[in-house]
Design a protein around this ligand. Structure first.
Ligand SMILES: Nc1ncnc2c1ncn2[C@@H]1O[C@H](COP(=O)(O)OP(=O)(O)OP(=O)(O)O)[C@@H](O)[C@H]1O
Length: 236
């Protein structure tokens, strides 16, 4: 039985934020997407996960967000085995992560401001206490002037920037981002990269899945390459 996330957070933090041991994963239609994947993300590390379209980057992130379970092997997060975590236990683990989904998953009935503030709202924070921080984050991603807009009125790049603001707003311990710069221009991609780097400097463990080889190189982050269902390191 894994320790509860809250209890685990109270004890000394694990030096490993993520550990995958001999992980295998696939779908009925696509078996063997991941095969014998072994991976350690030390606390406070910054990695780019690259690989061709269909290599399994999103599938690997699905396992880390506990949206899917591996067919084989074990997964630990924050030093705790989460391989068999139930749907009921999942939200508590997810609160320790900031996730940028490839399809954004914004809440269309909430304003840009309220989407960005979501993780703070669910923690029961008062608007007056977090408003300045949310406004600052929206300004950083260039959305201050759209704070009252609904997500349906945003461009693809604006939605992506909002998805990032929302994911990192509560300064999570682990940031997982799936193609977080796929819809923005190179200047904005660099700006968003700086945001991830700043959060990493504050202690967050960051894993970015991306096709963008140039951005991965510019980041100076460690590279992980997914190919034929397996992960290997690559020179940055
Ligand atoms: N829900 C699903 N059901 C069945 N097969 C799936 C599902 N999701 C992904 N796949 C298949 O699993 C493989 C890995 O897909 P995945 O989305 O993880 O790759 P990716 O590296 O993230 O690709 P991209 O860079 O294009 O987003 C692909 O062959 C894909 O067709």
């Amino acid at each position: 039985m894994p320790q509860s996330p809250r209890r685990a957070a109270e004890s000394a933090p694990s030096p490993e934020t993520v550990r995958l041991s001999a992980v295998g994963f696939g779908y009925a239609e696509s078996p063997g997407v991941l095969r014998d994947v072994n991976l350690i993300l030390p606390r406070g590390s910054f990695h780019f996960l690259t690989g061709a379209s269909g290599a399994g980057k999103s599938s690997l992130l699905r396992l880390l967000t506990l949206s899917s379970r591996p067919d084989e092997g074990r997964i630990s997060l924050f030093g705790q085995d989460v391989t068999q975590v139930t749907a009921r236990e999942r939200p508590e683990w997810r609160r320790r992560m900031g996730v940028v989904f490839q399809d954004f998953r914004l809440l269309d009935h909430l304003s840009v401001f309220d989407n960005a503030a979501l993780s703070l709202r669910v923690r029961g924070g008062k608007r007056a206490d977090y408003a300045a921080d949310v406004e600052e984050m929206l300004a950083w991603v260039g959305l201050a002037h759209r704070a009252d807009a609904l997500p349906t009125t945003l461009s693809g790049g604006e939605k992506q920037r909002l998805a990032i603001a929302r994911a990192v707003m509560s300064k999570p311990e682990l940031i997982l981002a799936d193609e977080p710069t796929g819809s923005v221009d190179p200047a904005m991609a660099d700006r968003l990269l700086k945001l991830f780097q700043a959060l990493n400097k504050l202690g967050a463990t960051v894993l970015i899945a991306s096709h963008d080889e140039d951005l991965a190189k510019r980041s100076g982050a460690r590279r992980l390459v997914l190919k034929d269902g397996r992960i290997s390191g690559a020179a940055s």
